[in-house]
Unconditional design. Structure first.
Length: 370
């Protein structure tokens, strides 16, 4: 046996959910560019779970279920109010989703119908949880979800209590589409490993959130926004970036292990960043991001990934930096649960081997002689 660090290049499973071939990302065979331009997030979630785009009746029923399941238990809200105010938002989300399973009568029902229903519940409730965490830590009461509106609109409303603009709704909806799935990434693999033991779907999603919490998977867009804040203004940008390059420091939001010629999702987020800046009558974040891209691509040959422009998109939506990764989870739970359903449909416990590199032929020595 020969180990491969980070399992790079290893095919660990077969899947019909999403693919990345020659730099093209598809969901169930649909090019991400096609979906980003034409589909709403609810259609994409249905596609990931059931393998086809919904007809009108199916989409209406799914939206009705999302509205029905969006409220979270009062007991969970009471728990969130006991969390520290200076909490890590991903730790809070991980804990809340784990607790959520305690209040679902179907939690231990491992039938396909029950698991599909739980996937819908989780997708409906994660936005409510994230918005509640954001408000409670600020000493505010959570806002109950509205009925009959999209997931993107509902989240923005629950976060602020104000009606979001159509541009803001469209931008967040498209961001959710772009983040919904990404083949066998770390969090998706963690979810599949967990449920392969026949643990429940809440445990699988909790494992995925735990993996996403790590800065090497989630959090890159937070780091991008931190960098933009440190730069402060366009006139300081070139000196800041050049110093980073001279010191061989990593510029977050560039490059990707599986994309050699650029992340196909980045261009959509770049367009959103520009449109939101124009709506807000302040395009400085967008302009700074474009200039950073020009410098990094010109000097290093690296192109922006999905995280780079999402930083300015979320900021221009009025979203705080440490909510960026929880929003990623709001979208990606659709992909996580799709992979969980796929894993359980043809399950085998995931148990790889390790190449042993420790000492050999050792003999026990009594404690008196050690």
């Amino acid at each position: 046996m020969t180990a491969t660090k980070g399992l790079e290049g290893i095919v660990a499973a077969t899947s019909s959910i999403s693919s990345i071939v020659d730099g093209v990302l598809t969901y169930r065979g649909y090019d991400i560019d096609d979906l980003a331009a034409n589909a709403c997030f609810e259609e994409v979630a249905y596609l990931l779970w059931f393998g086809k785009l919904p007809n009108k009746t199916e989409l209406d029923q799914l939206n009705k279920s999302f509205s029905e399941y969006a409220p979270i238990p009062d007991e969970l809200i009471a728990q969130i109010k006991l969390y520290p105010r200076d909490l890590n938002t991903m730790a809070a989300l991980r804990s809340a989703v784990s607790a959520l399973g305690l209040y679902d009568a179907q939690a231990e029902d491992d039938s396909q119908e029950a698991n599909e229903n739980k996937a819908v519940k989780l997708q409906a409730q994660l936005p409510t949880i994230v918005a509640a965490i954001a408000r409670i830590r600020e000493g505010k009461e959570p806002i109950a979800p509205k009925q009959g509106v999209s997931i993107a609109e509902n989240f923005l409303y629950m976060l602020t209590g104000e009606e979001p603009s159509e541009t803001a709704i469209k931008a967040l909806d498209q961001a959710l589409v772009l983040h919904a799935d990404h083949e066998l990434n770390a969090s998706t693999f963690a979810a599949r490993v967990t449920v392969a033991t026949l643990s429940d779907i809440y445990s699988g999603v909790t494992s995925a959130i735990g993996a996403l919490k790590g800065p090497l998977h989630g959090g890159a867009n937070e780091a991008v926004m931190k960098m933009l804040n440190e730069i402060g203004s366009k006139d300081k940008l070139e000196a800041y970036i050049q110093q980073k390059l001279d010191n061989r420091e990593k510029i977050m939001g560039f490059g990707h292990r599986v994309y050699k010629n650029g992340d196909p999702r980045a261009k959509h987020l770049q367009k959103m960043s520009r449109e939101l800046g124009e709506q807000n009558e302040n395009t400085e974040l967008y302009e700074m991001s474009v200039r950073i891209e020009e410098l990094i691509t010109g000097q290093k040959g690296l192109r922006p990934n999905v995280d780079f422009y999402s930083a300015s998109v979320y900021t221009q939506l009025g979203i705080q930096r440490d909510l960026f990764t929880p929003i990623f989870a709001i979208s990606r739970v659709s992909g996580w649960t799709a992979h969980i359903l796929e894993q359980l449909a043809d399950n085998r416990i995931i148990r790889p081997r390790a190449e042993y590199t420790g000492p050999t032929t050792q003999k026990y020595i009594s404690i008196e002689n050690r």
